[in-house]
Ligand binder design. Sequence first.
Ligand code: PEP
Ligand code: MN
Length: 341
Amino acid sequence: MIIIMRKGASKKEIECVKKTVREAELKPIVNQGVERTVIAVVGEITLEKAVLMDRFAALGGVEKVNAISKPYKLSSRDYHPEDLVIKIRGVEIGGSEVIIIAGPCAVESREQLLETAKAVKAAGAKILRGGAFKPRTSPYSFQGLGEEGLKLLAEAREITGLPIITEVMDPEDLDMVAEYADILQIGARNTQNFKLLQKVGKKPNPVFLKRGPGVRIKELLTAVDYILSEGNQNVILCERGVVNFDNETRNLTDINAIPVLKKETHLPVFLDPSHATGRRDLIEPIGMAAIAAGVDGLMIEVHIHPDKARSDGAQSLWSEQFSGMMPRFKAVAIAKGRRLG
Ligand code: PEP
Ligand code: MN
């Protein structure tokens, strides 16, 4: 249920609505929009819904009360009509600029990370990625450097000025990862790990939530509400391919999801063409398609020696390839009325 306040409703009227919501044993979550205030009412409604709606509608300053039948509420534009812009160390995500996040799949060594970081920065990337805790299909594959990897990321940020994003897999590591990372990545294997989502929902760091390959768009947005309802309002969504009946590519890029998500939610939407395709020769065409479809940014794996990478080498770009394709990404962004780089 969503309570839309009149333009210019007073602080006192808003407080009174919040109090009435709490009295019904529900939780009010307030979006102070540019135009007007919207109050989402979340929780399990045990009272007669129509009675409750009438009670809220009768309060001072209330314009109307809408029942939201969707399973997600806080991630919906019904609650938050304007696009969300997230600012991190001077970088604006969800604004007019298409933001490129780039870096290696995994942090492997100081030299590998620093060289890659400098190269992606020179090419115009705005955020550095790198996994310190890697969710590998096999327990015998490289699992990441752990805290040592986080320290190297922090050093790379120090040197390049690029904000850093890294994955947190285990709620037990969250406090440590959140100390180092500017943005917390939740990987495709954890899209519906609700306990982890609730925990990152209590952190101040923006969250980059990837869509699992078998997760429907509605389920993704409902998962987001697990984060938003804990207080953290800064979530970025990332499409990275859905299950595929063909084996030419690792996953099947769901381009449809991009405009669908942009329509449904105010949250910034990214595409990761590296994991969506699994092939470095497809990063450029699929990245361009995603920008044309309206993404707010791309996440791309880049490595100084992809042939020696300890994870995802086949989909990682050489830094020269990455810098070569950036002007073409920019051209598509400009055609969409956006900026890049
Ligand atoms: C990654 O970004 O390195 C990663 C593991 O991604 P995903 O969760 O999309 O597989
Ligand atoms: Mn990877």
